[in-house]
Design a binder for this molecule. Sequence first.
Ligand SMILES: [Fe+2]
Length: 373
Amino acid sequence: MALLLEPDTTSAHGKPPDTLIVDDEAPVRRLLGRMLEQYGYTCTLAADAREARLQLQDKEFTLILCDVNMPDESGLDLVKHVLTQYPNTAVVMVTGLDDPHIAHAALEIGAYGYILKPFQSNEVLIDIANALRRRRLEIENRAYRENLEQTIRTRTAALQQAFEWLERTEKELRLSREETIQRLAIAAEFRDNSTARHIQRMSHYCGLLARRYGLDPEHCELIRTASPMHDIGKIGTPDHVLLKPGSFTPDEFKVICQHAEIGYHILNGSEAELLKTAAIIAWTHHERFDGSGYPRGLVGEAIPLEGRIAAIADAFDALTSKRVYKPAFSLDHAVDIMREHRGTHFDPALLDVFFDSMDDVLMIRDQYTDSFS
Ligand SMILES: [Fe+2]
């Protein structure tokens, strides 16, 4: 029997359980008190719920034996209060009411046992031992769950931080890559165009046209990011040709035409999609839909879509911008010129989409205006 009544060390720090016995019948509560004290329990007696509440204000009990029928407040109400305020308390009802509904209600609100009077001491001791064991398991279970929840919260927060760091790093890498491309492209453009805004406008026109044409977002972004390098091959064009204000001789024109091939050779051979796309654009942005372009004279859809998009964006910006050899044309004039070349220079379907997107085209133009124009 002593084994069954081994004190519950999980909550009482090795001390015998503090027990509150609540019963309006003095002989019953004294009997229970004596019985438990024989086994080392510390017992406090209360004649009703009011006295019990006063005792509870002074200290927390490990175990409460509680009558059901008492004057004023019922034992069930008291137990509800106890289990709400002190959820680590083990409660066993001790009552003369042999009513399954009340027994069920007691167990529902959290009592661990229901002992009927008159009781045998063994029966009480076994029920108490079981209640204390269950209490210890529930406390351990709750602590385990709380610990688990805390671990999950901590790891989720760490994971979230890692994701945010990755996202930041990825964004920085993307911006850095874009900026590097733009600066390289500006270096090439700077010699004859003296404006960084041309490649910004041109690349946004390309991105816009690709989107409006219905390409998937990733492809559009690739075209937008790669297109600033379309004229990178101009770094191989001598100054006396590149900067010549008048028209070119046939030989000079041949030299100019080489910038598409040179750009392609600079950019070609990479495994990176961005550079592959940039190489295609550099190589094909001067091809014409009717086959009269350079460097290879490709016709129609044999010209890669990226090159056909870049041709429209590049030409529109060249026409509407001031250059050393020409003023900026009005929008109407530029559109007229391009429309004249619909199907000869430019892919007709793409050109229609570009003109249909003119509101957004003009927003880009206004956003990246040349400071001197
Ligand atoms: Fe070019």
